[in-house]
Design a protein around this ligand. Structure first.
Ligand SMILES: Nc1ncnc2c1ncn2[C@@H]1O[C@H](COP(=O)(O)OP(=O)(O)OP(=O)(O)O)[C@@H](O)[C@H]1O
Ligand SMILES: [Mg+2]
Length: 236
C-alpha cells in the first residue's frame, strides 16, 4: 500500500552537512501497526515529515497506492493528507479560535465526507474521552487534552494511513492505554498506523518495531499479531 525507498534528507548546520535521514526504506501494508523509537535527534520527525509529504527528501521516493509523491503537485499532496493519510505532528497544531468540536470537524470543510460530521466528531471525542469539552476553546485545555483533539481530528476521515509523532507524550498511563486501544481498533478496521514514541508503554504496541539511530532505521521485532500491553499497564 505504502512504500518508501532509499530516503535521504540532508541538512546543513554550521557549514557542515549531515543526513538526518540516511537511506531509509520501509513498506507498510494495510492494517499494520508500526512503532518507531529512537533517541532524541535521531531523525524520527524528519522521516515522518517526509512520509506525510510535508517535506521533500533530498533523494529517494515514496509510493502510495501506485502513485509517486514526486509526481504529485503540492495541492495533490495536501489533498492526500486531508483524506487518505492523516498526520499527528509532534508539535501540536489546533486552531485556538475554533471550539474543540469545530477543530475535530475541520477535515469536513476540505472534503465533505460524512453525512453527519458533528455526530462523527462527537463519537471520536468520546473515544478520546474529552466529549465534555466539545464546546470549549483550546487555550482553556491542558496539553494532553489538546493532544487528544488532534488525535480525534486525525481519525475523522478514517484514513488509510495514520502517521503519529509522539501522540501520547502528554498523557498519563491510563489515557495512553485508551489511545493505544483506539489505534488498535482502527487497525482492526484496516487503517495502518505508523507511530513514533518515547513512551515505553506505548512502544510495546504494534506488530513491527523499529529503532532509529543517526538517521538509520533498524528493525527490532516483527510479530504476526499486535501484542497487547494492556495487562501490563492494568496490573501496574
Ligand atoms: N531544518 C533543519 N535544519 C538543520 N537541521 C535540522 C533541521 N530540522 C531538524 N534538524 C536536525 O536533524 C536531526 C533530526 O531531527 P528530528 O527532529 O528528526 O529528531 P527526532 O528523532 O524527531 O528527535 P526528538 O525525539 O527530540 O523529537 C536533529 O539533529 C535536528 O537538530
Ligand atoms: Mg521528533
Amino acid at each position: 500500500m505504502f512504500e518508501a525507498i532509499g530516503l535521504k534528507k540532508e541538512y546543513e548546520r554550521d557549514n557542515m552537512s549531515f543526513f538526518a535521514v540516511n537511506d531509509v526504506s520501509i513498506h507498510i501494508d494495510k492494517g499494520e501497526f508500526i512503532c518507531v523509537t529512537g533517541r532524541s535527534g535521531s531523525g524520527k520527525s524528519t522521516l515522518l515529515n517526509i512520509l506525510a509529504g510535508m517535506s521533500s527528501p533530498t533523494s529517494g521516493e515514496i509510493v502510495f497506492r501506485g502513485r509517486k509523491y514526486s509526481s504529485l503537485t503540492d495541492k495533490e499532496l495536501s489533498a492526500l493528507r486531508g483524506t487518505k493519510i492523516s498526520y499527528i505532528m509532534q508539535r501540536m497544531s489546533v486552531l485556538s479560535n475554533f471550539t474543540v468540536l469545530q477543530n475535530v470537524t475541520l477535515p469536513h470543510f476540505f472534503n465533505k465526507w460524512h453525512s453527519n460530521p458533528e455526530g462523527r466528531a462527537r463519537f471520536l471525542l468520546e473515544q478520546v474521552e474529552i466529549h465534555h469539552l466539545a464546546r470549549q476553546y483550546p487555550p482553556s485545555l491542558s496539553d494532553g487534552e489538546i493532544r487528544r483533539v488532534s488525535i480525534a481530528r486525525a481519525l475523522f476521515n478514517s484514513p488509510e494511513l495514520l502517521i503519529a509523532d509522539e501522540p501520547t507524550s502528554d498523557l498519563d498511563d491510563e489515557t495512553t492505554l485508551g489511545i493505544m486501544r483506539l489505534f488498535e481498533s482502527v487497525v482492526d478496521t484496516g487503517t495502518s498506523v505508523l507511530m513514533v514514541t518515547h513512551d515505553s508503554s506505548a512502544a510495546s504496541f504494534g506488530n513491527r518495531r523499529y529503532v532509529m539511530n543517526s538517521g538509520v532505521l533498524n528493525v527490532l521485532t516483527q510479530t504476526s499479531h499486535t501484542e497487547k500491553a494492556a495487562s501490563t499497564l492494568i496490573n501496574q
